[in-house]
Ligand binder design. Structure first.
Ligand SMILES: Cc1ncc(COP(=O)(O)O)c(C=O)c1O
Length: 433
């Protein structure tokens, strides 16, 4: 094993993170190779800096005028568009994201957590967390309605064993007892869970009271001596449409909840800043018992993962986000406007499904947030309904695991939403009654 990896492992050995490291995680380190040496040269090589494979003239990268001229004149230096970004991301962006995280999650204030590392989108963040902290055969607890890419990442890439529990409890709401039972059912002293709110595909986020009970339930598992890795997938963070919904990331509560809880937050500019194609996400770490040295070692291991997967992330995207967050004259106003538009669509869809209360073919799952709502098809084939809607009505929806039909109301204009919902019910009636 590389000596640098051994050093990081030794730093982490007295932390809750250590026991979660996969064999990849143990081997991972940030090499003192080209990137580290060129960072050093940036400081000291004032005469000639011949370290990086990036063609420059007078200290700025070469570029094609056709590309550079597409950006507003004078806004960015060529290096802010064409250069490599630092491995962990643009420093300013990382600080701005941390400040924004604190603003949006007041419960994080005063708590120790790492400076977010930039990833190539949230998928990349989750995939790296999986590779670092989950090994083949490890159980990963997850509610049974989840983003389908978890299967590909945890089960198919890593070879982990999904341990699913019903998303909703018998009385409605998030199934906290089922979650606790699933966590306790995993043998051994380490257990991993991934939670995604607002949820894809259901569009559900726990209420404030539920969120508190959820955190308490995980703490009670940690109290038994089990170490718990909690990954919060905050892809749709901020899209909360009801008064009593929990508006802070669960990461804010897990960050200092218990010495046995290792909290990881995956989030992204993708949906929060509406830049789907930019591929800019973030990973942040916290635990009650973490020292600065622990956070630094975890950061270095993650930098190693970034280096060996994408090397570094999208530069123009990061510069554009920094510019908007720091100087954008319409930044807050535009975000507020788009939020209102999403809330409006949410309300229309809510009203439209309520008209069909009591329908015995399709039952909407409780939803209060995010981009989606979904129907339980009660064992009938969601794929059959999907194909029928597509062929007969030219309506595209998603079949989730055969028994759930997902509507992305975020991508349909308000005027069409009622008709969309009515047609889904009508189509179900046509094929199943
Ligand atoms: C629940 C969930 N997590 C993560 C992601 C990935 O986001 P990104 O596009 O930033 O990779 C998505 C995107 O659809 C998602 O729905």
């Amino acid at each position: 094993m590389n000596i640098l990896a051994e050093e990081l492992n030794s730093v982490l050995s007295d932390s809750v993170a250590y026991g979660f490291l996969s064999s990849i995680g143990r081997r991972m380190y940030f090499p003192k190779g080209i990137v580290a040496q060129s960072d050093e040269a940036k400081e000291k090589a004032k005469r000639y800096n011949a370290t990086v494979g990036l063609a420059t003239k007078h200290g700025e990268p070469f570029y094609l005028e056709d590309i550079y001229s597409s950006f507003r004149e004078g806004l960015f230096k060529p290096s802010q568009i064409f250069s490599y970004a630092p491995g962990g991301g643009d420093k300013t962006l990382r600080s701005l994201w941390k400040e924004a995280m604190l603003r949006k999650n007041p419960a994080l204030s005063g708590k120790k957590f790492s400076l977010p590392l930039v990833t190539g989108g949230l998928t990349h963040a989750i995939s790296m967390v999986a590779q670092l902290f989950v090994s083949e055969g490890d159980a990963v607890v997850c509610p049974d309605l989840f983003w389908d890419n978890y299967d590909l990442i945890f089960r198919d890439l890593i070879g982990a064993e999904p341990v699913l529990f019903p998303f909703y409890g018998k009385e409605g709401g998030f199934n906290i007892d089922g979650m606790k039972e699933a966590l306790l059912s995993v043998p051994g002293d380490h257990v991993r869970i991934i939670l995604n709110f607002p949820n894809n595909p259901t569009g559900y986020t726990p209420s404030q009271e539920e969120a508190k009970r959820l955190v308490d339930a995980v703490v009670s598992v940690a109290d038994t001596g089990k170490k718990v890795l909690v990954i919060s997938d905050d892809a749709y963070f901020g899209l909360f449409f009801e008064e009593d919904t929990e508006k802070q990331s669960l990461f804010s509560y897990f960050a200092d909840a218990h010495e046995n809880i290792f909290a990881v937050k995956g989030d992204a500019a993708t949906k929060e800043e509406m830049v789907w194609g930019f591929r800019v996400g973030f990973i942040t770490y916290a635990s009650k018992g973490f020292s600065d040295a622990h956070l630094d070692a975890l950061t270095k291991k993650t930098l190693g993962m970034i280096r060996c997967t994408v090397s570094n992330c999208d530069r123009p995207g990061q510069s554009l986000i920094v510019e908007a967050m720091r100087n954008g004259s319409r930044y807050e106003a535009d975000k507020a406007e788009i939020f209102s538009e999403m809330k409006k669509r949410y309300e229309i869809v809510h009203k439209a499904v309520r008209k069909h209360d009591g329908d015995n073919l399709l039952t909407p799952y409780d939803f209060n947030s995010g981009y989606f709502m979904a129907f339980d098809t009660h064992g009938r084939s969601a794929e059959e309904l999907r194909l029928y809607l597509l062929d007969k009505y030219q309506i595209g929806v998603i079949n989730i695991m055969g028994g759930t039909l997902r509507l992305a109301y975020c991508s349909v204009e308000p005027e069409g939403l009622e008709e969309l919902v009515d047609t889904v019910y009508k189509a179900a009636g046509e094929i199943w009654s």
